[in-house]
Design a binder for this molecule. Sequence first.
Ligand code: FAD
Length: 495
Amino acid sequence: MKNNQRIIIVGGGSAGWMSAAALSNAFGNTKQITLIESEAIGTVGVGEATIPAVKSFNKLLGIDEAEFLKTTQGTFKLGIQFENWGALGDVYMHPFGLVGKDSWMANFQHFWLKAHRLGMAKKYFDYSLNIRACNENKCMIDPNTGLDYAYHFDAGLYARYLRTYSEARGVKRIEGMVEHVQTCSEDGFIQSLTLKSGDIIEGDIFVDCSGFRALLIEQTLHTGFEDWSHWLPCDRALAVQTESVGEPVPYTRSTAHKIGWQWRIPLQHRVGNGLVYCSRYISDEDAKKLLVENLQGTMRTEPRLIKFRTGRAIKQWNKNCISIGLSSGFLEPLESTSLHLIQTGIVRLIRMFPGDTINQTEIDEYNRHSKYEYERIRDFIILHYHVTQRNDSAFWNYCRTMSIPETLERKINVYKNTTSVFKEQDELFHEGSWQQVMLGQGISPAGYHPVVDKLSDDELQRLMNSIENEHSQYLARFPSHQQFIDHYCKAGVPD
Ligand SMILES: Cc1cc2nc3c(=O)[nH]c(=O)nc-3n(C[C@H](O)[C@H](O)[C@H](O)COP(=O)(O)OP(=O)(O)OC[C@H]3O[C@@H](n4cnc5c(N)ncnc54)[C@H](O)[C@@H]3O)c2cc1C
């Protein structure tokens, strides 16, 4: 047998099954793919909100969107609503898609700023079709309108769906607990895994999807972890499911509290909720009370405690082990980026998949890209905590006054001085996202770009009106979110 033919995936959460699905799709039966998971350990069971790039992952797998949403009790997500972040009582939305219309010289915020100062424009966020659709609880898929979307879905059903997909493409699943990992005494590469049953599973490439345990990348290879908890101090979450109290809204809600924040993710059959908090500032018992007090709808489950540490594995690929998912690091769930990082990790792995030998140059390149990607998303998330006027608790005082990465400091300063953000290479969040959060959290833009003055006041007014009218016309024919789900992807009653 040639080298690097046997791929062993440890873990059957979203990371494990997303990896199995993509690898089996890419390599067909030219590789032997085995996934080991332990029901006794279980999965983290959260991770239900996504960003638009998930659509390209599904496309790559050839997944039918409507069938996928039906099977996972999915709903549409057009953005995230942030409440009480910039200041108590503030509400803003980070929508997908564009706000207004950008020009290649300066983006829409510049045009809006002048128009607003002249009293000719509404609020900035009124020029986002996504936000207006959220406000009217409407949704439709029509690429011509510019409405961009992602999904909310049930994490358990998602893993099950991808399991069926992967097994149909030859992935072998083993139910069992890995108890020992054997490495080669010469080069330290992983050789085999011993299960509790005594079975020994040999492999060439090991994909560590074992969640926070990081069984291979850390417990076995001692790769090292870069801790970012001084910038992202939340370290616990309590997750709970509730009954729906009304039709699902097409957005995730993120409400800041004195010690962290609470999410609400509406699915077709229930709502996912959770409180993310910093254990330095509140006990688990008080956090539970806070969560329960702020729920809508009857609880279907007991709140479940999840402990975590923000940061990343220093090398996400080490020797013949690639860590994907929570084993490779964790940022906040605030911008729903973890499933996305799984997706990009797998795609990167497939593109750099070793031939006969594993080259260190390949490994280094993989790690360089992963580090860059993680750090840019990290900065974006820190932005939400740091740019705040909140001074009503020790938690917010810490976040507001903490030192931040130099890369983020620079971005904020550039925005403060120029009203622009310049996207670096292939970082995930585009200029618009950065600007929306900066504006939404209270940084006032300084001034507008000189090119805006090329438009007369009348032309500027026409631009504002045309965007607004175009959106109004689209919205007039959008059905409600619920009507669209009923028509397109209505799920059955769950088991
Ligand atoms: C509070 C919270 C909220 C989140 N919200 C979002 C969100 O909204 N959007 C988003 O994109 N992401 C979110 N995430 C992240 C998301 O949940 C994870 O990225 C995703 O679920 C992948 O998890 P995983 O598969 O890496 O780990 P897990 O789900 O923990 O799976 C680990 C697997 O490894 C197996 N395993 C472990 N040890 C062994 C062993 N010794 N032998 C055999 N099997 C073993 C387990 O049985 C399990 O199958 C959130 C995370 C947290 C903590």
